[in-house]
Design a protein around this ligand. Structure first.
Ligand SMILES: Cc1cc2nc3c(=O)[nH]c(=O)nc-3n(C[C@H](O)[C@H](O)[C@H](O)COP(=O)(O)OP(=O)(O)OC[C@H]3O[C@@H](n4cnc5c(N)ncnc54)[C@H](O)[C@@H]3O)c2cc1C
Length: 454
């Protein structure tokens, strides 16, 4: 092992994935977690979003499987269901249904607490990874503050934990920007896009014929025109999650009848109709958050050595696009790559933190124009969207209702975090032809799911 000890703050998805990467180069990885962790897969206090529907993007599942070999098999053994999202989960956008068909958007349907439980079991089975109880309250540093040397703890067996590297994976509630400032470093830049996002999720059983053949879920995302969304998604073990979504601050009712009516008023009536046939396993639980928040750790002109922030502590995304866990996985792979060749901790933090920019930029860039178009959107440190970008997005969305290749190129951005297929001249030609020929969308009846293409 190249290094002695790493300490990770937070034993949720980002902390566990980072720990899997760290375990390859550190003799000992200690995760500090403030929650008492459940022995069974169930929501917990420190991860209040755990009861809400969670989709895992294709790149997330691939990256997790790379970091924790055999992880997908373990999820499937725990009841998760492999799904081709492009084919099996039709999406009704305001422009119409995105073309269905075979795609690279291979995901697994699983409830969030099950995913976390399986991941935690696998990572803590590594001989050099441990989880200890405690709440991190600050960073320890050398006298000259050049280097972080550990974390200060409360509610733990020890007040101080020393390490060669500290990783903050404490999520949206992270205090580490303040802790680093307290050591005498400049303020970490911040960007926000606040809209007022609401969720209400219930786990249900459905009769066998509730969904059309080959369909494992239906998604009607909210839009500026109708800021209500609805979804039904397989979530493993033969069950489904219903989700009502709101953008713009509207309160989602959780009383059963009002909840069903809310779902019926979503972009496609199909989710509400299916929900009427459901047997509720859990009542709807709601959750609210302001929006997206990004800390520009990579731009810090001076930083302490041996400290890295990951996951939601760097950027908490608008969860409606299902990106957070996949970004955490992509970051953990970057951490692993930089650690692989490292002979010293010096300079590592800057390299790793900077390497996150590429993934965060592409992920945020793909949804920013959509979110910024909401009338309630409040931008902090961000420029308004160029109308030409919105127009290009509209043409792409329309062409993607009719052409599977265009739809799959669009899915590559959201599921694989790459613009490459979309930049392909053949795809660009199709999109331009759509605009030039003044074509109109055919698959736009919200009550009729189109058949798969190809
Ligand atoms: C409503 C909602 C729906 C979402 N849906 C999706 C989705 O569909 N797909 C997707 O990929 N992502 C989704 N996300 C995002 C996803 O939940 C997170 O990106 C993911 O959990 C990774 O976050 P994290 O590990 O960085 O932080 P968190 O999951 O927030 O975990 C932080 C951990 O740190 C611990 N902790 C906090 N402070 C301290 C401290 N001081 N000391 C010790 N421990 C501490 C907490 O107890 C917790 O265990 C959703 C989020 C929300 C809010």
């Amino acid at each position: 092992m190249a290094f002695e000890r790493a300490v990770v703050i937070g034993a949720s998805v980002a902390g566990l994935l980072a720990s899997a990467a760290l375990a390859e180069r550190f003799g000992r990885v200690t995760i500090v977690e403030r929650d008492e962790l459940p022995t069974e897969p169930e929501p917990r206090r420190g991860v209040p979003q755990g009861a809400q529907v969670h989709a895992l993007l294709a790149i997330g599942i691939r990256s997790m499987n790379e970091l924790v070999p055999g992880f997908v098999d373990d999820l499937v053994a725990a009841g998760a269901e492999p799904i081709d999202q492009g084919n099996d989960i039709p999406i009704y956008n305001p422009t119409g249904w995105i073309a269905r068909g075979k795609s690279e958007a291979q995901v697994v349907a699983v409830r969030r607490p099950v995913l976390e439980h399986v991941l935690r079991s696998r990572v803590t089975a590594l001989p050099n990874v441990e989880i200890i109880a405690g709440t991190a309250t600050g960073l320890l540093a050398t006298d000259d503050k050049r280097r972080v040397t550990g974390v200060a703890l409360k509610r733990s067996a020890t007040d101080e934990l020393f390490a060669d590297l500290v990783v903050d994976a404490s999520g949206r509630a992270s205090r580490s920007t303040r802790w680093v400032e307290d050591l005498g470093y400049p303020q970490v830049g911040e960007r926000q896009l606040n809209i007022g996002i609401g969720y209400a999720t219930a786990v249900v059983n459905l009769p066998e014929d509730a969904l059309p053949d080959g369909v494992r879920g239906i998604l009607g995302p909210p839009s500026p025109a109708l800021p209500r969304g609805c979804a039904v998604m397989a979530c493993g073990s033969g069950q489904y999650q219903l989700a009502a979504l709101s953008m713009g601050g509207e309160e989602i009712p959780t009383e059963r009848e009002a909840y069903l009516r809310y779902l019926e008023s979503g972009p496609t009536p199909l989710v509400g109709q299916i929900a009427r046939k459901a047997e509720f396993v859990t009542e709807p639980v709601n959750y609210k958050l302001a929006g997206t928040r990004r800390f520009l750790w990579e731009d810090l002109p001076r930083r302490p050595e041996a400290f890295i922030a990951v996951g939601d502590a760097v950027m908490g995304f608008n969860p409606i696009y299902g990106q957070g866990m996949s970004v955490a996985a992509a970051e953990a792979l970057r951490l692993r790559r930089h650690l692989a060749g490292a002979t010293s901790i010096d300079g590592l933090a800057e390299k790793v933190q900077t390497s996150f920019r590429e993934v965060i930029d592409i992920v945020f860039g793909s949804v920013f124009p959509i979110d910024a178009a909401y009338p309630t959107a409040e931008l902090v440190g961000l420029d308004p969207v160029d109308p030409a970008v919105l127009q290009a997005g509209q043409v792409l969305a329309e062409a993607a209702t009719d052409d599977l290749e265009v739809a799959n190129a669009m899915r590559a951005v959201t599921h694989l975090f790459t613009q490459e297929p979309l930049a392909d001249p053949a795809i660009q030609e199709k999109i331009q032809a759509w605009a030039a020929e003044g074509r109109t969308v055919r698959n736009n009846d919200p009550a009729v799911i189109p058949a798969p293409l190809g």
